[in-house]
Write a protein that binds this ligand. Structure first.
Ligand code: PGA
Length: 251
């Protein structure tokens, strides 16, 4: 049985004081209630260290939203994997569609980032997904396959086994339009089959594949009950304790 994972991608939201109040709201909502699900939060860089202190003695895990692939050097404005480790990050989101479309990240750049994350012992949450135009042209599978094959190029199976995949159809992110549970399941199943071809059936069975794109408490239970959907990467709905925890406790 794969453990369900609910990860909150805060994006460019919440300053330091808002970070403190959101995390205390989440902790309050979690206290006294049990969940088997793994909860991950991904605040902006400037809040990571504070967040780490606030989640000490909880089971919440800390993720960054991005990083650079180089070790260090003249890369003004960038953050390295080692820096993320030094403030207590365990996870890092890589290849988010906003990074791909707004900041021009290619499959090759994301591949370098994934390799750097593994060599630094950070666990990547590797995002993939098709645009609306690609879906309408029936290119969903070929786009997802390209993103996976190039993204994972040269990554050994042992490293791969520490990776979380997040399938996020671009047309469903922040739009209020969610893929139907059947649509999402179909792509998740395609991804799992692809993983068994690239690596092995065993690795495919173990792989955690999250769905992302307008996940909310009122649609999460149905999405997450699909066979190949192992959790959610949540944007908008993770910014309020009630809606984030509503998703956590819906499964
Ligand atoms: P959304 O974002 O839940 O606001 O659609 C999801 C994501 O971008 O990870």
């Amino acid at each position: 049985m794969r453990r369900k994972v609910i990860a909150g991608n805060w994006k460019m939201n919440n300053d330091l004081s808002e970070t403190i109040s959101l995390i205390s709201g989440i902790k309050k909502g979690l206290s006294g209630k049990r969940t088997e699900n793994l909860i991950i939060i991904a605040p902006p860089f400037i809040s990571l260290e504070t967040a780490k202190t606030l989640i000490k003695e909880t089971d919440i895990k800390l993720s960054a939203q991005n990083m650079h692939f180089e070790e260090n050097g003249a890369f003004t404005g960038e953050i390295s994997a080692k820096m993320l480790k030094s403030v207590g990050c365990e996870y890092v989101i890589l290849g988010h569609s906003e990074r791909r479309t707004i900041f021009g990240e290619t499959d090759q750049i994301i591949n370098k980032k994934l390799k750097k994350a593994f060599s630094t012992d950070l666990l990547p949450i590797f995002c993939i997904g098709e645009s609306l135009e690609e879906r309408e042209n029936n290119e969903t599978n070929s786009v997802v396959e390209r993103q996976i094959k190039y993204g994972l190029d040269g990554i050994p199976e042992d490293d791969f086994n520490n990776l979380i995949i997040a399938y996020e159809p671009v047309w469903a992110i922040g739009t209020g339009k969610t893929a139907s549970p059947e649509q999402a399941q179909e792509v998740h199943n395609f991804i799992r089959n692809l993983i068994s071809e690239i690596y092995s059936v065993n690795s495919a069975e173990k792989c955690t594949i999250l769905y992302g794109g307008s996940v909310k408490p009122d649609n999460s239970a149905e999405l997450l009950s699909q066979n190949d959907i192992d959790g959610a990467l949540v944007g908008g709905a993770c910014l309020k304790p009630d809606s984030f925890l509503g998703i956590v406790y819906s499964v």
